[in-house]
Design a protein around this ligand. Sequence first.
Ligand code: BTN
Length: 248
Amino acid sequence: MTVSSWESVEVPAGWTLLVHPELESTNSEVLRRAGQLDHGTVVVAERQTAGRGRRGAPWLARPGEGLTFSVWLRPEAARALWPRLSLAAGLAVAEAMQAFGIEAQIKWPNDLLVDGRKLCGILVEAGAHGVVVGIGINVNGSDFPPELDGQATSMRLAGGRDFEPGEVLGLVLRSLHRLAGRIGADFPELIDRIRERCALRGHRVRLESGSGPLCGVVEGIGDRGELVVVADDGRHEILQAHEVRVVD
Ligand code: BTN
């Protein structure tokens, strides 16, 4: 297990770091305390007892092997644009990974993959006056619980060495700090960078959307962050992240 030195984490100017040995879930903690938190409060848990993924799935990470944290933001952009933070955060983590020599792809809307296996999950949840961006990164694990067998990877597996979680956190936060304010008029430029890393482009997918199941081939990501799928009947479907679940 790598010992973290959180004191040396370089947090972006104006942001604050709070580290807890154990929490149920950093997202839940931030949402519970949201009224007292400033923009840019980062909550890290060395261990989560009830880490949460999208749609009620658990987020499993062994202490010392995963980096689990949430950032409380009060975006200037309109609330309707806050879901774009999933993609912006994915790009932020992917660009930080690149600085560590790891090429990660973005699986729309909220996962990062290396060689088809999940390295990082992102859970964005809106509160009354802001939004929490929760990020889980597999850092130094080399095996995973049986339920994740064959589906997960880590920075250690991808990069061939151990990584210092505090250093990873610092780099991801600085990257997120640069990108989180760009979900408004600047978003098309982010989308170009996200498209370069789109794991689903050209792939056949099965989706669950509000209007039922859908099979087709992903054409790409639209200018507003939507997934564009050419369905088997030839129709172009434009899907928003909150409306749809990529099944496989
Ligand atoms: C997913 O893959 O479905 C999203 C996983 C998000 C996990 C992170 S870990 C830190 C933060 N706290 C949580 O309870 N969940 C997010």
